[in-house]
Ligand binder design. Structure first.
Ligand code: XMP
Length: 219
């Protein structure tokens, strides 16, 4: 994991929170757990455009369980702002989910509004079951009660970019996850002013569900 407050070489205005290898290792781990849980089941992974594209591409290649891939659209951040607006959702691009176990995949769980709304909409499409995986979970932001089935990392309340996440459609291509300058890490996480105080900061990955679970259709 990246240390300290050093900026990213060649990319002014962002600071690394998770390196490429932090993310790679964690995505591998998520893949192993998802394989164990879904082995032999008719699985469709549905990514939420656009922020989850990089995570989707990496996770799908870690799975040995045969699966289909689909996407749907949701957006609440538009333009040059880090403040969420109203949520817009479209399932127009989503594949047929009838008779499939669906793993809904998003980049980040912030307030929880997006993923909670999407789970309900996907259920209405006749899925056998709906579970969720998010790469990131922002602490102290959730307003809609929701527990993802799998998540990669808990992060402090900062606006993050890279690895598919954007600011005004920029930075998605960065192979690491970074915070934009000017967004201080909460004191509660041990941040040091403009630094990121990652070590001992509560910025951590969580143990995954300890045991594989048997899949049963939703009631
Ligand atoms: P909610 O609040 O519905 O938000 O859980 C989820 C969606 O909000 C976007 N989001 C971010 N995008 N950096 C981003 O690039 C961030 O720090 C951030 N926080 C939330 C994201 O699209 C996610 O799907």
């Amino acid at each position: 994991m990246a240390q300290g407050a050093a900026g990213c070489a060649g990319v002014p205005g962002v600071k690394v929170l998770l390196t490429e290898s932090d993310i790679h290792n964690r995505v591998q781990e998520l893949g192993r757990r998802i394989d164990a849980d879904y082995h032999g089941q008719p699985l469709t992974i549905v990514g939420v455009l656009t922020g989850s594209l990089v995570f989707l591409a990496d996770l799908t290649r870690q799975l040995s369980t045969a699966h289909r891939i689909g996407v749907l659209q949701a957006s609440s951040y538009r333009g040059a702002t880090t403040v969420a607006g109203s949520l817009e959702v479209s399932l127009d691009l989503a594949p047929d989910l009838q008779g499939r176990h669906v793993l809904l995949l998003d980049d980040i769980l912030d307030t929880g509004q997006t993923i909670a709304t999407l789970v309900e909409q996907v259920r209405c499409r006749g899925a056998l079951s709906v579970r969720t995986v998010v790469l990131l979970r922002k602490l102290g932001r959730q307003t809609v009660p929701f527990e993802p089935d799998y998540f990669g990392f808990e992060i402090p309340d900062v606006f993050v970019v890279g690895y598919g996440l954007d600011y005004n459609d920029e930075f998605r291509h960065l192979p690491y996850l970074a915070a934009l300058d000017g967004h201080e890490i909460a004191e509660a996480f041990g941040g040091q002013g403009s630094g990121f105080g990652v070590q001992g900061s509560g910025f951590r990955s969580q143990p995954l569900n300890p045991e594989p679970r048997t899949l049963t259709p939703d009631p």
